[in-house]
Design a protein around this ligand. Sequence first.
Ligand code: FAE
Length: 553
Amino acid sequence: MSHLRPTATRRRFLGRAALHAASGLGLATIAVPRAGAASGGAREDAVAGAAARAAGRAHWPVLVVGTGYGGAVSALRAAQAGHDVLMVEMGRAWNAPGRDGRVFCKTLQPDGRAMWFRDRTQAPISSVFGLPVVDQRIARYAGVLDRVDLGAMDVYAGRGVGGGSLVNGGMAVTPKRAYLEELLPGVDHAALFGTYFPRAHAELRSATISAAMLASTNAYRYARVAMKQAEAVGLRTVRIPQVYDLDYLAREQAGTVPRSALRQEVIYGNNHGKQSLDHTYLAEALGTGRVTIQALTKVDAIRREPDGTWVVALTQIDERGTVLGRREVGCRALVLGAGSLGSTELLLRARASGALPDLPASVGEGWGNNGNVMAARWVNDRVGVVQSTMPVAAIDNWADPVAPSLVEITPFPMGFETMMVGHLAVAKIPERATLRVDPATDRLTSDWQRDGNAGAIRALKRVMDPMNRRFRTAYRSDLFGGGRIFGDDFCYHPLGGCLLGKATDAYGRIPGHAGLYVNDGALLPGSVGVNPFVTITALAERNAAEALLPDLG
Ligand code: FAE
């Protein structure tokens, strides 16, 4: 077998098989066995191996923290260039079915699999028509969705092998080039848009729904109603790419395969159809035979030895949260892909503890919520009982000179006719906050202000008000608690904290800390104007190709 040069498809197949085998057996260490490789996962650098053995710890050429978009890209590209990679992920692998035969729990009847060590779910919507559709009692477990309290702003994040790709809405939107040029002046945008965005879309397997499918799929009636009303008031509507397999969705609609998008599944994971990272980048990375994923293992701290070796302190838990052990692992290159909050927190703690006192002063700065705000309208029209959870259409109001935004058309799949349509706005707002670790509570917090989203609300109102006026429809006030119309105190798109070209060089390297990289949403300055995972992926591809791989040699 070793004489074959595996194709990407074959690598993905091997990687998926390894994920299945490991999660079926309840193993936290996931790898495709490679002939001649050291057992137990630790594949040592020839030079650093002796020192690592003397220190009693494993040593890897490359260690990646987190298995989200940035981490997955970094691991795949390093492995393809011939480097052995350990990926450390605090969440579990999501591939083995539970006792009910499902990998992920039901959205409207959640259990411990729903949330990261909570006694109750904490869903974005607290009720509909006064029905408590969420916030149900659950067992404490290493569930797939986390809600991190940052003071005036809560942040949702995915936990598990695949990071945010496990829980997100799959919208794969390329930002406006002019806006990204404004945000990232030190980047070659011809290369980013000419090479790396297409590469990201291809690897993520995004596709745009055809006009015919959008027009004919019952489960997108809600999108058609909102598009028609938006167009009637002169707003521009667009179809947006998805990573959910649209062929699978068509088969769901035809009733020939088990339902996922048509069965209300999204924020607590999709049992079918979603081309999350464990089906794409991570499967391919594992399939190289050079990547080992250590799940249910958190990186608590990072430091550097005088000889330049990076050392991470790890805690491994089981799915119930029991600590199984703590240890240290060394590496030559340390890539932080723990997401905006995770990567920034590791750096803030390293600076505060004195482990890395010379980290740039700007670590923690430039954090934002990507102008996220949610609301819903009663649309006075039937929107359908069965609705696809995977949005494929939006109102593009970016040309608005007063309050630009992209307003996505989102479902409310309650299992009955609601006559309402949801909207998630991604608005251009200047508000940014600084992340810090609060010494009193020892928790990550921010100075985000409660009214920080006022501009995003204004942008969303400029889209929704004209439709309400024209169609005599109304905002819903029964979704976010307290009669509020806008869900403005939580976000899905945390960005920043370790900005490209400020806390790092133009490629995610931390200045003065050779071998330390940030390659995830922490690099982006609080806003990209669209849902961010394609941008995070494209930028990570660029940083891997133009900095990480040349540095690794
Ligand atoms: P991320 O995907 O968050 O991965 C970081 C990983 O690191 C996670 O698996 C963590 O568990 C892990 N981790 C963190 N700290 C540690 C540590 N100390 N030790 C070990 N592991 C650690 O980062 N974006 C879109 O573009 N389109 C959408 O439709 C969309 N919908 C969303 C819906 C929801 C409900 C949510 C929560 C997010 C959504 N997003 C969407 C946002 C998107 O998923 C997010 O921007 C990316 O996942 C961020 O990618 P990163 O690589 O930065």
